[in-house]
Ligand binder design. Structure first.
Ligand SMILES: [Zn+2]
Length: 269
């Protein structure tokens, strides 16, 4: 358990046990080494971690923000429903991104930004993106032995926006969405649970990440269930990317994977 603040033996101030060094006197933290805290992963205060999870969690912050903007969008004098829903989605995602970035930037700015200055992390991110693609192809090939795939709900939503507004589709689904999800599930949820236990954190993050990509719809439940394994595997790989190489790596992996998927949908039509 890495929740309780520890007392620095050198300067006697209290600090978070997940910090590599005492923020006051830069004395190295023995508990950090002892617990094998991942070096590249970023740990915020536990309350900040939970706050990020609540902000980004699909059915809390998202619905609230959407509800807020929907009120104003209703006043726009236009009958173009596709335009309105795209505008709503864009505003919701950008607001979420700002709120999610505000937490680390206001609480542990230096620590957070220091995780983005290593070029190798981005290269690893690219390698993880390729692994994600390969895993996706493999899982599709395996499940297609028993089941003929149709588009699941998640893909249909992306497709309809990508058709009418390709650039907004790429921006939201390929860049803003992945950053929001990595901040919510890796920097928020996973790092919080990681304070309790590494394996528990990995499994719970994987399951919750798969659940939010899963649409509970009686009509399409069978179709959705078949896509569950690929969500679980992508959740596992992205969490590993974060544990091993930090947020720069998992964001790169997630964004590249989504970008390739969106461009493939656009090219295919
Ligand atoms: Zn100290």
């Amino acid at each position: 358990m890495l929740f309780k603040d520890i007392k620095c033996p050198n300067c006697e101030t209290y600090h978070d046990p997940t910090l590599q060094k005492c923020p006051e006197c830069h004395n190295s933290n023995e508990l950090y080494k002892l617990n094998r805290v991942p070096k590249r992963a970023v740990f915020l205060h536990p309350i900040c971690q939970i706050a990020m999870f609540i902000i980004g969690f699909a059915y809390a912050g998202m619905l609230f923000t959407e509800f807020f903007y929907a009120f104003f969008i209703r006043m726009i004098d236009s009958s173009d429903a596709q335009f309105k829903s795209t505008l709503l989605l864009t505003l919701t995602y950008v607001t979420m991104l700002i709120a999610l970035l505000a937490v680390p930037l206001l609480s542990r700015r230096k620590l957070f930004l220091s995780k983005f200055n290593n070029g190798i992390d981005y290269i690893y991110g690219l390698a993880f993106a390729i692994t994600l693609m390969a895993a996706g192809v493999l899982i599709n090939a395996l499940t297609s032995i028993w089941h003929t795939p149709a588009d699941n709900i998640n893909q249909q939503g992306v497709e309809s926006i990508a058709k009418s507004y390709p650039l907004i589709g790429i921006f939201i689904m390929g860049i803003v969405g992945p950053i929001c999800e990595e901040l919510t599930y890796r920097v928020g949820l996973y790092s919080f649970l990681r304070r309790i236990n590494k394996y528990l954190a990995l499994i719970l993050t994987m399951v919750i990440f798969a659940m939010i990509h899963f649409t509970f719809d009686a009509e399409n439940i069978v179709e959705e269930l078949w896509s569950l394994p690929s969500y679980l595997v992508s959740g596992l790989l992205l969490t590993l990317a974060y544990e091993l190489r930090g947020p720069a790596c998992s964001i790169t992996a997630h964004a590249c994977y989504n970008l390739i998927a969106i461009i493939m949908i656009m090219v295919a039509r």
